[in-house]
Ligand binder design. Sequence first.
Ligand code: HEM
Length: 424
Amino acid sequence: MTGPVESNEAAAETVDLMDPALMGDPFAGFSRLREKAPMVRGVFPGVDTPIWLVSRYDDVKLVLSDRRFVNDPANVPGMDVRNIRERAIQARGIPAEYARYLMDGILDVDGADHIRLRKLVSRTFTARRVAELRPRVEGITEDLLDGLAATPADGVVDLMERYAYPLPITVICELVGIPEECRPRWREWGKALVSLEPGRFGDVVGAMVTHIQDLIERRRAEPAGDLLTGLIRAHDEDGDHLSDTEMITMVLTLVLAGHETTAHLIGNGVVALLTHPEQLALLRDRPGLTPRAVHELMRWCGPVHATRMRYAGEDLEIGGMPVRQGEAVMAMLVGANYDPREFDAPDRFDVTREPDERRENHVGFGHGLHYCLGAALARQEGEVAIEALLRRFPDLALAVDPADLQRQLLPGSWRLARLPVLLA
Ligand code: HEM
C-alpha cells in the first residue's frame, strides 16, 4: 500500500466514467485523479452503486494480485449478489436468455473455477507456442501489406480497416478454428458491441451465440487440431469439466479479446510513432528495438485503460483509505502506467525505455491471476505488424492532422475510429 493514511473525504469527487472530456483525454484525467487521492468514486451506466477507482501503480497491482479481492461478487461472504451482473447486463438491453453467456467467462470467476478454465486454454498461448506461430503471423502480415501496396500511390488508406484489424482477427480465428468465410461477421459484431448502441447488444450477442453453437456442431462432426476441437473434447469427454455455457463463453471471449484489443495496439502504436519522428527514426535504424518499443507502446498508448471490477472480500484499506467488504473497485491501468512513482518522466514516449526486452513494467495487460492470457500473442502481433509496416513503407505518413484523428470514446479503452494514412 502506498501514501499516507487519508480519509475518504479526499475522494469526495465522483467521476462519471462516460464523461466525454475524460474519455477524450484519459491520460490527463486519470493523472489528475491519481494525484488527488489513492481512490476516487466512479459511476458507470447500469451499475447502481459507485465504484472505487484506483490509479496509483502500487495500489493497482495490489488490487489485481491480493486474493482479498474477487472477480465474482458471489465470493464475497454474505453479500446479496443475486442480481448485480444481471442488472448491469439488462441495462444494456441484453435478454436474460443470453445474459448468462456474458457472466460465465474466465474473467468472471475466481479460485478453482478460474484455474480450471485457464488451464483448458493456456497451453495454446504460452510463449513457446506463440513463438512457433511467428512465421504464420509474418505470412498473414506480408499478404496484407501486398494488398496495401496494390493501392494507388496517392490513395489514402484506413489502416485500421485494411491492416490493424485483419491481422489479429485472422490469427485468433485460425487458432480457435473459425472458418474464413465467418470472419467478417466477427468484425461486424465486434464493431456493434463497442458502439454501445442500446438495443443492438441483445441481437448481436444472440447472433454470436447461435453462430458458436453451429460451429461446435460442425467441429464435433469434423474434429481438427484447433482450440475449438480441444474445448469440445474437454466438454464431451468429461461433462463436469466444461459446461455448455462456459464453452460458448470461452470462444466468444477469446475471439473478441483476441482481436478488438490488439488491433488498437497496432493503430495507437502507428500514430505514436508517426507523431514522434525522432522515435520513429530510431526504430527504423534499429529494428531490434521493436520488442522494447512494443512494451513502451503498451504503457504509453495501450488500448485497455481499466480492468473488470473487483469486489472487496473483506474490509480493507487502499492507500490508507478504507474499502468496505463487498464494495467494487476498478484498477485504472492508465493512471498506473503514467504514475511518476514508478516511471521516470511518464509523459515522455521513449522506445528504449524498458531496459530488458523480456520483461515489462507496465500494467497494460493487467497483473496477477487474471493477467492477459494473450499477452505474448498480442506483443508478437504488435512487433510483426509494426516492424513489417515500417520496412515496407518508408514514407508512411498520417493523412490527417493528428488533432483530427477520430477516436471511439469508450470508458476504459483508447481506440481509433479510423486511421487514414498515406503509404508513400
Ligand atoms: C485479460 C489486455 C490481447 C485474451 C486481459 C486483461 C487485460 C488485457 C488488461 C486483464 C483484465 C482484468 O484483470 O480485469 C489486453 C490487451 C491486449 C490483449 C491490451 C492487446 C494489446 C489479448 C489476446 C487474447 C486475450 C490476443 C487472446 C487470447 C485475454 C483473456 C483474458 C485477458 C482470455 C482473461 C484472463 C483471465 O481471466 O485469466 N487482457 N489483452 N487478450 N485477455 Fe487480453
